[in-house]
Design a protein around this ligand. Structure first.
Ligand SMILES: [Zn+2]
Length: 218
């Protein structure tokens, strides 16, 4: 296999509702949030890990193709379908191809950083919102016991810089790859990113998308 070029896809991820990508409690001080979001370890700003974007796009494309294996929780490992070629094969021993897609971590845009810094100064927010959720006992109509949980989210309106690279080898059809990526981005807009999507979290929109600096729509 001979590498011909890299194609770069860029855009903006805009949060249409609060977004929650869970982080680790271990990295925070005792007494901090129950359910913290993932943050950059140095500047403390929220970001969207490339692994979250990759995993979500892949699972949605597999659901659409009918190859999604709900039981195993593992991605397709046939090694030969278009999704395995683009995203990599779950079973390296069966892989005959180099993974084509490289997803970068999506860092917060400077506009959003400014907006969240202002909110921090005015309201003491830590670049996030805290959402309290309860479950309601259907028999009593009251809050269920032990039901209150606190969830940290990236506020609606926050934007992140999206970027991915596509390795193009000789004999690859870059237009065909782009079609698949457009399909995946469109599915992500219709579905959700992060957790608790069925309860309103994680609706996103992709803006200003480019393919090697040429604008495209999904
Ligand atoms: Zn496959």
């Amino acid at each position: 296999m001979k590498l011909k070029e890299y194609i770069v896809v860029k855009g903006i991820i805009s949060c249409e509702t609060g977004l929650r990508i869970g982080g680790s409690k271990d990295s925070l001080e005792i007494g901090a949030m129950d359910n913290p979001i993932i943050r950059h370890p140095v500047n403390g700003l929220p970001y969207v890990p490339g692994s979250s974007l990759k995993g979500k796009m892949r699972s949605l494309l597999e659901i659409k193709a009918g190859t999604y294996q709900k039981g195993s929780g593992r991605p397709c490992d046939c090694g030969s379908c278009e999704i395995c070629i683009l995203f990599g094969c779950g079973d390296p021993s069966r892989s005959t191809q180099m993974t084509r897609l490289i997803f970068r971590d999506a860092m917060i845009t400077s506009d959003s950083e400014k907006r969240l810094r202002e909110a921090q100064e005015e309201k003491g927010l830590n670049f996030s919102e805290i959402k309290n959720e309860n479950w309601i006992d259907r028999n009593t109509g009251k809050a269920g016991r032990g039901g209150l949980r606190t969830q940290e989210r990236v506020p609606e309106g926050t934007t992140f810089n999206f970027e991915m690279s596509i390795r193009i080898f000789e004999n690859d059809d870059s237009a065909q790859f782009l079609d698949k990526i457009k399909d995946g981005l469109g599915l992500m807009q219709q579905d959700y990113l992060g957790s608790s999507g069925s309860r309103g979290y994680g609706k996103i929109k992709f803006l200003n998308l480019t393919f090697n600096d040429k604008a495209f729509n999904i």
